[in-house]
Design a protein around this ligand. Sequence first.
Ligand SMILES: [Zn+2]
Length: 143
Amino acid sequence: MTTHTDELRRRYRAFLAPQDEPDQVPAGAEAATLAVPAESPPSRTGLLAELIDLFRQRPGLRSVVLTVGGDTIGVAHRSTLELFDPDALRGDCLSGPMPGPPVRFTALYFRCPHPPCPNQKILLFVDGAPPECDRHGPMIQEA
Ligand SMILES: [Zn+2]
């Protein structure tokens, strides 16, 4: 799994915060965890489009921790994502070396049902049980 995590770190490094900045992982309601499916991780442009959508849909969200199989890949911050122009991104998809429709993922939101616990997770896919809060157990899915 470590090799896979390293590979994904390289794949997504353009929009991840540097690994050696632990303070960059904020606590509280403005951060979320996004679990990348290990079997079929999205392309760089696919994940970037998904992150831009997430930040657009959730104005209070500041940072997203990307994980795969329980390992942390890295942290994507709103301030970094704002540097990417979604329109330019779309053009890149159309004219890139791998033609075809961009892969899109449906994000599912989960939160801990024990307020004021701020833990929340965003999953691109759900296979079976819902994600768990580190402290309180199973999370519930938001509408
Ligand atoms: Zn909790």
